[in-house]
Design a protein around this ligand. Structure first.
Ligand code: PMP
Length: 397
């Protein structure tokens, strides 16, 4: 029977009594988190989300989601290998691959599960390998890549980490051992928004006969010609490079994809656990992502617009004496004097109608608390001025 929720502490012998202590420790460390529902429309300038191209509410994208749900149902009803596959999934995969310049693509229910698939399926040792594979990772890789390498490690692979962006150190780590090697990095790093030197990593990977695995979640739709992403321009068709993307940022939908050679995609279909055992991407998300991709192809200037908006934000903030990063993609960070100041600054901006993100340790190193702004192609000159004014007026102390 369902019992009423207890308000006081749980008895010490309750199997979940430890949760109160854990919550208390997080609270003391300032790490309390909570979800905050967003009303459908709130008249805010939103620089905290990842809808970089303004496609999340684009009428064609929203209608494509509705149409896909009407045609195929609200859910996909099962794994892609059972009943969850539709023509729409195949169409999205073909168009994603063609846009990126890759031979093939495979979509997943999220970018997170796409990353788990890409890394575990390619990095886990196979029965006939005498030496375990070696996975060499950038220190600041996204949590989903970190979790993926933990799974690879549990399966018997070796995992090592190089200092952020240091291709020479990556080369040093790749030169040891006799087993096969993989080099794993984000392209655009989500917290600082910096773009790694993809061509140096590619060169290092080739020199050491390593497969290059890149997470281009924040690059797709923003960087590269027409928004093809950091890896799409000259590496997209390479058969020793595999790229993951999300459908939930520039494409304004939900889901993820892995792009690579047919050989790689076939291996994922047959072995990746987050493909085989996960319910297929919902038709509405597939339809929305496909429509968004078509808008991006027809209007490639959206990718250029988001980059120039990010530069304008950064330059405007610097001109006002603030310490803003020079953006490589859509993200601009503005340093705050302390974690508390960052929280108050964000709250004051929100009260003035501008939503920005806020990062504190341990998400960022000590002394690097900041506001995080994501530009969108839909911001106009008046919006940019308003953002700059609100951030500057509310600056700490
Ligand atoms: N990789 C990176 C770099 C990300 O920022 C994110 C999203 N936060 C993901 C992967 C996961 O993508 P998704 O949200 O679609 O699961």
């Amino acid at each position: 029977p369902l019992r009423a929720a207890r308000t006081g502490p749980l008895p010490a012998d309750h199997p979940l009594a430890w949760l109160d202590g854990a919550a208390e420790r997080r609270s003391r460390a300032g790490l309390t988190r909570r979800t905050v529902p967003r009303p459908p429309s709130e008249g805010l300038l939103d620089l905290a989300g990842n809808d970089y191209l303004g496609l999340m509410r684009h009428p064609r994208v929203v209608e494509a989601a509705a149409e896909a749900a009407r045609t195929w149902g609200a859910g996909s009803g099962g794994s892609r290998l059972v009943t969850g596959d539709t023509e729409l999934h195949g169409e999205l995969e073909r168009e994603l691959a063609a846009f990126h310049g890759s031979e093939a693509a495979l979509v997943f229910s999220s970018g997170y599960t796409a990353n788990l698939a890409m890394v575990t399926a390619l990095a886990a040792p196979t029965a006939d390998e005498a030496e375990p594979p070696l996975v060499v990772c950038d220190q600041y890789n996204h949590a989903s890549l970190i979790d993926a390498t933990r799974l690879a490690k549990a399966a018997g692979s070796r995992v090592t980490v190089f200092p952020h962006g240091d291709a020479d150190r990556a080369a040093g780590l790749l030169s040891g051992g006799a087993g096969r090697r993989l080099l794993l990095s984000d392209t655009v790093f989500s917290v600082d928004g910096d773009l790694t030197d993809v061509s140096s990593l590619a060169e290092v990977a080739r020199t050491h006969r390593a497969a290059l695995l890149l997470d281009d979640a924040h690059g797709l739709g923003v960087v590269g010609p027409g928004g093809r992403g950091a890896a799409g321009a000259d590496l997209g068709g390479a058969d020793d490079v595999v790229v993951s993307v999300t459908l939930s940022k520039s494409l304004g939908a939900q889901g993820g994809a892995v792009l690579g050679s047919r050989r790689v995609i076939r291996h994922l279909v047959e072995t990746a656990r987050t493909f085989v055992f996960d319910t297929g991407l919902a038709p509405a998300a597939a339809g929305a992502a496909l429509a968004a991709l078509r808008v991006l192809r027809a209007e490639p200037e959206r990718a250029e617009a988001v980059r120039s908006r990010a530069r304008e934000l950064s330059e405007g903030l610097r001109a006002r004496g603030l310490s803003a990063s020079a953006p490589d993609a859509a993200v601009v960070s503005v340093l705050a004097p302390s974690p508390e100041a960052a929280v108050d600054w964000r709250a004051a901006c929100l009260a003035d109608g501008v939503r920005v993100g806020c990062f504190r340790p341990p998400s960022v190193p000590d002394g690097r608390s900041r506001l995080r702004l994501t530009a969108s192609a839909t911001l106009d000159n008046t919006d940019i001025r308003r953002v700059l004014d609100v951030i500057t007026t509310n600056r700490p102390g």
